[in-house]
Design a binder for this molecule. Structure first.
Ligand code: IVH
Length: 698
């Protein structure tokens, strides 16, 4: 085995040792470059990566004769070593719902018409355009000057990459022509054209640098360079397709807005078209799919958007996607490979999920070595056996799946797969209950896998979002007994003071990375109510329901008090909980289960001793219905029931399904019955649709 001199200070290395070290460092840095560029999945902290590069540089300085042909020093600034400033988007950057078939698109159109209260044959114009496979960016112009460029980030908060975007030729520094609004945020896709990508990789190969796996990764890596000079050397391009804040807003139609963008100096995709019918849209889709390979940029589908902006505004968004747009995706790409093994992963709710371990294979430009098998039924239904040759598919950002087995290639003697009856981690029995599809470990909090998964969920992106606390770190802290519950994360820094050895001396850690971790943890000592709630990992409380509950109860104190009362199903608190539009008995039961368990209450209490939870922001605190509870009953004529509900929620109101003493307002249309009577009995204010529209200001 090659000797390892990594612990010897640079100035004490002999020439032979230095040569070995340079070889090791080159390989190590190359490995991390690949993880960073090709997989977008770095495994070391930036500071650690920097340390490797610095050591390499120092040795090269001392032994100039030993500088290798493939020296990482010839590829300076490959990975970021500091951070970009965070920017909160003035309007969130949304993502798109997917449609994989004509039927899905037809459903989309039906939903839109229903929401708007239009008849199913009412005319509806939509734009259609290619869906570019790059990364989205938001460009802010004030008085026609480019002042801020940001990545999408999590949709709410992105990173300030202004200096890098200033180097992109397609992005105007000053808007051209006239008539642009004082504030204009143009949104669109940054990408690298295929021919440019091939040339870039050819250049990298010649210079012994890491190669990018695909144009998307190349674009993403280029945009997040700390040195704008490097970004400038990359052939980045930009298509404008949308906008954020615009004031004053002169637009009335999607298509016309794009035409304005073009006049002001942006590139807009020339294949953007306007249509009126489902079959025209689908013809467009078929055509784009046919010419896909001839385009000089990667696309993964087309996007349909309602053209009329009045309609867009009324439709608003559901969750993190607009109701007025949909991505019509190309079918998943497929490949054939061998199933080497089936791994069982234990999730935070104890579900045993089978994962296919595959002989690595490239699907749509990405190397795939594992795929989900969903559950025991799925394996049985497809009769998937270890050793089988299987067809796998990967659609966009969805986890790869096993589609089917190639039976004629089944090895002789392959046995049907027997799903485990014991949890592979804690050996508790694993069972299936009722109509649950999942086999679950019954170990509960005894099962380390469940506990670790809960902690991982706790620090994940939409929860506490603690940078530097990935799977490996959480697992290590758990196994060393340092972090067993969320509150422990906030006690780590203090514990570390008396720890022997301190974390700084653990393998894979250093002074800087520990410092960064504690800084990241401390940044989260104040947290929004909705993130807090989501982080607890209660079944059926995903980010949407967490947001709904947060908005309804306002503060964590009010919420906990209400849940405490709601345990008794006869109480008003319970009635209110299940009546929150979108909550219902299933979620209520999950909440009762969670807070009914003493251990969970203690986890929450401990955590509240460490963090401050911010009250939920009313969506709009200035509206006359903000904070009020509204019930809609009877038929609405000017807007559909779902639209009325969405509008009320946008204005900061809560919408409930039934009238109680807590109801502030009942909006009654023709045909209203018992709810109206109940409102009268309770003395709740009742108004008609016209008065509601006036109140809502529309
Ligand atoms: S519209 C609210 N149009 O797709 C609508 N997105 O899945 C937001 N994308 O984050 C996006 N081409 O990065 C839109 N012509 C296009 C697009 C496009 C690519 C990306 C974009 C977005 C993602 C959503």
């Amino acid at each position: 085995m090659m000797k390892n001199f990594s612990k010897i200070p640079v100035n004490r290395l002999s020439a032979e040792e230095a040569a070995v070290e340079l070889e090791r460092l080159a390989a190590e840095i190359r490995k991390h470059d690949q993880l960073y560029y090709q997989k977008d999945a770095p495994v070391v902290a930036d500071a650690q990566y920097d340390a490797l590069r610095l050591r390499n540089e120092a040795i090269e300085k001392l032994f100039p004769g030993l500088v290798r042909a493939d020296s990482p020093g010839k590829n300076v600034g490959a990975a970021p070593s500091a951070k970009f400033t965070k920017v909160t988007h003035s309007q969130p950057m949304l993502s798109l719902g997917n449609a994989f078939s004509v039927a899905d698109v037809s459903d989309f159109l039906e939903r839109v018409r229903r929401f708007l209260g239009l008849s199913q044959d009412a005319p509806l114009a939509l734009t259609a355009e290619p869906k570019i496979d790059g990364l989205s960016a938001s460009l802010r112009y004030e008085g026609g000057e480019f002042v801020l460029g940001a990545t999408r980030g999590d949709g709410e908060v992105g990173e300030d990459i202004t200096r890098n975007l200033q180097t992109v030729g397609d992005i105007p520094k000053h808007l051209k022509g006239d008539g642009w609004p004082d504030v204009l945020e143009v949104r669109g896709e940054i990408y690298i054209a295929r021919p440019d990508f091939l040339a870039l990789n050819a250049r990298n190969r010649k210079e012994g640098k890491a190669l990018f796996a695909n144009p998307r990764n190349a674009a993403a890596g280029s945009v997040r360079q700390l040195d704008p000079a490097i970004t400038a050397s990359r052939p980045l391009r930009f298509f404008a397709y949308g906008w954020g804040e615009v004031s004053p807003n002169p637009f009335q139609e999607q298509m016309k807005a794009l035409e304005s963008f073009r006049r002001w100096g942006f590139r807009v995709n020339g294949k953007t078209k306007l249509f009126n019918e489902l079959n025209e849209l689908e013809k467009y889709y078929d055509n784009i799919e046919r010419i896909r390979a001839t385009l000089d940029y990667d696309i993964d589908g087309v996007v349909y958007k309602i053209n009329w902006l009045d309609y867009q505004a009324r439709l608003g968004q559901a969750g993190r996607s607009p109701r007025w747009a949909v991505a019509r995706k190309f079918p998943a790409e497929k490949a054939t490979t061998v199933l080497l093994d089936i791994d069982i992963q234990v999730g935070r709710t104890g579900a045993l999920t089978p994962v296919a371990k595959l002989k690595p294979v490239t699907v749509g430009g990405v190397v795939v070595s594992s795929a989900t098998l969903h559950n025991a039924d799925e394996i049985a239904r497809k009769d998937i056996r270890i050793g089988d040759t299987v067809v796998i598919q990967r659609a966009g950002d969805v986890i790869p799946q096993v589609v089917e087995v190639v039976l004629r290639q089944r090895p002789r003697g392959a046995q049907p797969y027997r799903f485990p009856t014991l949890c592979p981690v804690c050996k508790s029995s694993a069972v299936r209950e009722g109509d649950d599809v999942a086999v679950r470990c019954t170990g509960g909090l005894v099962c380390p896998a469940q506990r670790i998964e809960r902690l991982r969920h706790f620090v994940s992106r939409n929860a506490f979002d603690i940078e530097g606390l990935g799977k490996k770190q959480v697992q290590a802290f758990f196994e060393k007994g340092l972090v067993h519950s969320p509150a422990d994360i906030f006690k780590l820094e203090k514990m570390n003071r008396t720890l022997e050895p301190p974390i700084e001396e653990w393998e894979g850690w250093g002074e800087q990375s520990v410092k960064n971790l504690f800084a990241a943890v401390n940044q989260r000592r104040t947290i929004s109510f909705e993130r807090f709630l989501f982080a607890l990992g209660i079944r059926h409380v995903g980010d949407n329901n967490a947001a709904l509950l947060a908005r309804t109860y306002g503060t964590v104190e009010a919420f906990l008090a209400a849940i405490g009362e709601a345990v008794d199903m006869e109480t008003q608190a319970y009635g209110e909980l299940v009546n929150i539009d979108g909550i219902g008995p299933k979620v209520a039961e999950a909440l009762m289960d969670f807070f009914g368990e003493e251990h969970n209450r203690k986890v929450v209490d401990d955590l509240l001793g460490e963090v401050a939870v911010e009250p939920a922001k009313a969506v709009s605190s200035s509206s006359p219905v903000s904070g009020k509870t509204i019930v809609f009953t009877g038929t609405m004529e000017k807007m559909s029931r779902s639209e009325a509900k969405a509008l009320a929620e946008r204005l900061g109101a809560k919408v409930s399904g039934s009238v109680s003493a807590k109801t502030d307002l009942v909006v009654a249309g023709p045909g209203a019955g018992s709810k109206l009577k109940k409102a009268a009995g309770l003395g709740v204010e009742v108004i008609d649709e016209a008065a509601w529209l006036k109140l809502a200001g529309s």
